[in-house]
Design a protein around this ligand. Structure first.
Ligand code: FES
Ligand code: FES
Length: 167
C-alpha cells in the first residue's frame, strides 16, 4: 500500500486506519473542508471530488484505495483570487443559495465538461458517438448532485455558459 496520497498536487500521509473514507481523509486529516458530507451514503453528491480527473463520491471509497492516484478537490480547482471558469460562472449566475452542495456541483460539472469533450455518451444522449450539450444532457449528467435549495436552473445556466464560451 502506498504511504502517501496526492491531493491537489501535494503528498499527504495515508491514514494508518485503512477504514477511513476518502471524504473523512480529506476533511479531517488533510483539513480540506470544501468537500462536504451530506448523506455519507452515496446519495447526494456533496462529497464529489475528482480522482485522476474522473468524478467520484468520496464517501463511498476508502483513502487507502487511491494512493497511486491524483485527487482534486474544490480547493484544487481554483482559489478566491484565481477561480476556475466554472467557479466564476456559478457566482455570476447565482448557482447556489446556502452553498452546501456547491463544491460537489462544481467538481461534477468540471468532470461533465471533460466527459463531453471526450464524447462519452450518457443515458440522455441522442447521438451516442457525439453527445451534444442539451439541457437534458446537462440535467442527466448532474443528476447525482442534489441541491436542497433548488438552484438547479442557475446551476444549469452556469454550466451552459462555460460549455459554450469556455469562460
Ligand atoms: Fe457522499 Fe452524499 S456525502 S454522496
Ligand atoms: Fe443549498 Fe444547493 S445551494 S443545497
Amino acid at each position: 500500500m502506498s504511504e502517501t496520497i496526492k491531493v491537489n498536487g501535494s503528498d499527504h500521509l495515508m491514514p494508518a486506519d485503512a477504514r477511513v473514507s476518502l471524504l473523512d481523509f480529506l476533511r479531517h486529516y488533510v483539513g480540506l473542508t470544501g468537500t462536504k458530507k451530506g448523506c455519507d451514503h452515496g446519495q447526494c453528491g456533496a462529497c464529489t471530488v475528482l480522482v485522476d480527473g474522473v468524478r467520484i463520491n468520496s464517501c463511498l471509497t476508502l483513502a487507502a484505495m487511491h494512493g497511486q492516484q491524483e485527487v482534486t478537490t474544490i480547493e484544487g480547482l481554483g482559489t478566491p483570487d484565481a477561480p476556475s471558469d466554472l467557479q466564476k460562472a456559478f457566482l455570476e449566475h447565482d448557482g447556489f443559495q446556502c452553498g452546501y452542495c456547491t463544491p460537489g456541483q462544481i467538481c461534477s460539472a468540471t468532470a461533465l465538461l471533460d466527459e463531453i469533450r471526450a464524447e462519452w455518451p450518457s443515458d440522455a444522449s441522442d447521438d451516442l458517438n457525439a453527445p451534444s450539450l442539451s439541457d437534458e444532457e446537462i440535467r442527466e449528467r448532474m443528476s447525482g448532485n442534489l441541491c436542497r435549495c433548488g438552484a438547479y436552473a442557475n446551476i444549469l445556466a452556469a454550466i451552459r455558459q462555460v460549455a459554450e464560451t469556455g469562460a
